[in-house]
Ligand binder design. Structure first.
Ligand code: SF4
Ligand code: SF4
Length: 396
């Protein structure tokens, strides 16, 4: 196993993400036997980091993780959990919610604790005086219940830079979606640079983009087989990350024993991709992308009468074209109405200014449609609010 030093701790570079455990489709119960078997294999293979959240698997992840870790001494592994600021119905008793996570996770401290899913929308909650989340979590840290404090992030580069600057010195690591497709698609490269510029380590989630990069289309799979016969598609995705020195942790949401075995093999020793392999991988990523070739040059911005952040909207558009999900809708939910794609008056100024010849008005009209028709964070949030209300015995 590759280990990385983090403030004197020896962390396995492969961490176990506990958000995708197999569940009974009828009852929603986690297949605990499988979790136990996967944990045994992972721990025997050197994994010592387990990452969950209050919200994963409708609140069932923490308990299943705790059950799977029962046979092992608490000091033999590191636990990471997250505060669900993006899922609460209003200001709540933050400490009580934190304590529920501790209790479900079978522990009295978290080695790593994160603000969950900071975006343009949720940042208003996380920084609100009324919600009082950050000061409460810092108090948990002072009391030793949080050893290391960080946040997971799904927003844009500008917010990341601003958030880190506003809270310089507070956070110790940042968890981002990073893989060879999102390296350009979701600007993971720029985010990696921002985080490391602030002197922090990068934690990676979605290294295989929810399994997409572990099961490539046949033609792409064949290209990789020519490079390294017998290697899994997932191993290339992980080896891409092994070439990035500031990555302290790679979380894989494993849900089958063969995935655990394959990942352990990939993390036995460091084997970053060679130049030829990188070239092939980037070409595969380009093939997977849908949408428009916006480079983020911002030439279109000064002339926009509505002062829209066009490259930001196009980045969201491109991500939607690859995969529509509720968390993407949060990035638009976070914008004031006058900055949303519906505010585009279709004047066409931007297209004239664009060196890439992008038909921006058409893309924004389509983005508006996708946003309105796709999965909505506001809908998903309602059931999450119910969960928090139940757990805290809140009324209303
Ligand atoms: S077409 Fe839309 S995005 Fe482009 S300049 Fe006009 S208002 Fe702005
Ligand atoms: S000018 Fe074109 S490439 Fe540049 S930011 Fe605007 S849309 Fe993107």
């Amino acid at each position: 196993m590759i280990y990385k030093d983090f403030k004197g701790l020896k962390l396995s570079n492969l961490g176990f993400g506990c958000m995708r455990f197999a569940r009974d489709p009828e009852t929603g119960e986690v297949d605990q036997e499988l979790v136990n078997a996967m944990f045994k294999a992972a721990i025997e293979g050197g994994v010592n980091y387990f990452d969950t959240s209050y919200a994963y698997l409708d609140g069932k992840s923490e308990g299943a993780m705790a059950e799977g870790l029962k046979p092992y001494p608490r000091e033999s592994y590191f636990l990471a959990d997250k505060f669900p600021g993006h899922s609460i119905p209003g200001p709540v008793d933050n400490e009580a919610l934190f304590n529920i996570s501790l209790q479900r996770s079978g522990t009295d401290y978290f080695d790593f604790y994160l603000l969950h899913n900071v975006t343009e929308w949720s940042v208003k909650i996380y920084e609100s005086d009324e919600y009082h989340i950050i000061p409460d979590m810092l108090r948990m840290k002072e009391q030793g219940k949080i050893r290391h404090f960080g946040f997971s992030f799904h927003g844009g580069c500008e917010l990341l830079e601003d958030f880190l600057t506003r809270h310089e010195g507070m956070f110790e690591f940042v968890q981002i979606q990073c893989n060879y497709l999102d390296w350009s698609l979701q600007k993971a490269k720029e985010k990696y640079d921002i985080i490391t510029k602030h002197g922090l380590k990068v934690w990676v989630m979605e290294p295989c983009r929810g399994g997409k990069l572990a099961r490539l289309p046949e033609a792409a799979h064949e290209k990789l087989q020519e490079l390294r016969p017998g290697s899994s598609d997932a191993s290339f995705a992980f080896r891409f990350l092994q070439g990035l020195p500031e990555i302290g942790m790679v979380l894989s949401g494993m849900n089958a024993l063969d995935q655990v075995t394959d990942n352990l093999k990939t993390f036995e020793s460091r084997l970053p991709l060679g130049e030829e392999e990188l070239k092939v991988l980037y070409a595969i990523a380009e093939d997977m992308k849908r949408g428009v070739p916006c480079t983020g040059c911002r030439y279109c911005c000064p002339g926009c009468p509505m002062e829209l952040d066009i490259p930001y909207l196009l980045e969201v558009y491109n991500s939607y074209k690859v995969e529509m999900n509720a968390s993407m809708s949060m990035r638009l939910d976070g914008l004031p109405d006058e900055k949303k794609p519906a505010s585009c008056i279709q004047c066409g100024q931007c297209s004239h200014a664009c060196p890439q010849g992008i038909d921006v008005p058409a893309a924004l009209a389509e983005l508006d449609k996708l946003y309105n028709e796709g999965p909505k964070w506001s809908v998903q949030a309602k059931s999450r609010h119910e969960q928090v209300r139940r757990d805290l015995n809140m009324k209303g």
